[in-house]
Write a protein that binds this ligand. Sequence first.
Ligand SMILES: *Cc1c(COP(=O)(O)O)cnc(C)c1O
Length: 461
Amino acid sequence: MTNKIPARFILPENKIPQQWYNLRADMKEQPDPLLNPGTGKPIQTEELYPIFCEELAKQEMDSTTRYFDIPGPVMDVYRKFRPSPLCRAYSLEKYLDTPAKIYFKYEGGNTSGSHKLNSAVAQAYYAAQQGLNGLTTETGAGQWGTALAEACAYFHLPLKVYMVKGSYNQKPFRKSIMQTFGAEVIASPSDTTNAGRAILKEDPDTTGSLGCAISEAVEVATTTPGYRYVLGSVLNQVLLHQSIIGLESKIAMEELGEYPDIVIGCAGGGSNLGGLIAPFMQDKILGKANPYFIAVEPASCPSLTRGRYAYDFCDTGRVTPLARMYTLGCDFIPSANHAGGLRYHGMSPILSKLYHDGLLDEARSAKQTDVFDAAVLFAKLETILPAPESSHAIRCAIDEALRCRETGESKTILFGLTGTGYFDMTAYTQYLEKTMTDYVPTDADLAPYFDRLPKIPGVQE
Ligand SMILES: *Cc1c(COP(=O)(O)O)cnc(C)c1O
């Protein structure tokens, strides 16, 4: 066999992307605008300045600029861990005895262990540029907090992280990493904010949720001089920064003479999937190619597959702007049995719109024991211990490759391997000891959350 495709391919220096790609510039129909929860009117960019740093607020609202130059200092940090490898899962293909070719873009090789560093670096840079005193954020599993702590340390910015209490207690080493990089880490809900105190009063034993941690972080950002809030997913600006994943993947595949038939990503808030598919979706919108896109989410937190496409708050405390997205309702908290990440109640407005319009072809949900079956198989064959989140995409890639074995089609599959699972060994242990259970909410479980979706006169009654 000549010119065998390498198992691990890194873009050559002269092919490294220097710009982010803004998919909204090519979308024929735009996501619905963010609304001010007080007035029900579309938000103006300036209204976001008290929450977000100015450059990021502008990126959030910009649906026309197709490419944004990646600032030099951000490129300098990217070069410490990018380009990330595009890998060919030869051993998995062989084990599955499939004619399909399976590629994955591996984002877990940096010290934060996930793709989140791509946006953390950008957000910390713009905040430092604006001369801010510090940032606040929330973190669930801890990957975002870790990535942001690293980025803030690099740009000399103080950081307060509200960490969902359940994982604060379960993942003490995550907390230590953030502290090592100089971040202050507070278990949420906490008694440091009005939002936290209100939630604690109602349920003193709550293990917290992402939505609740967001409320606390936003409150502190808006009441501390020179502080702003940053978010690691969902927002348009985060998808913009994460487009680096898709851009590198597309150029790498071109270099190898390949193009994906199927692109698969796990979906929590939607940032890695949105970033991975962005340039391929551009091809689809412009009629240049027709790849099939699949989003994979946990059956216990099924926003795309079972949520409503509606205006909702991004947080439990109901203080953030309203976004139209697939949502399970802003006070939905996945079952405590759910260890597999991807716990956010809503989905990126860009991805929600693409899914609603049929451009994001399919959303699937996976049960966590099936996801961990795939994770352990993949680890043994490919020597990477995947994050539970990423393993949703692995599950789907395996299922698609098995389908190819049945039909004999040799499809080219690309999936996003977003991170490593070294801090998720509690979940792996549950799986190995067979104490892991699958929980799928019933329609009756979900109904009360839908009933509490915000009412907006003239928009959503
Ligand atoms: C945060 C995270 C995800 C999910 O977030 P998205 O915004 O949906 O990409 C997936 N994988 C890993 C490893 C993560 O840390």
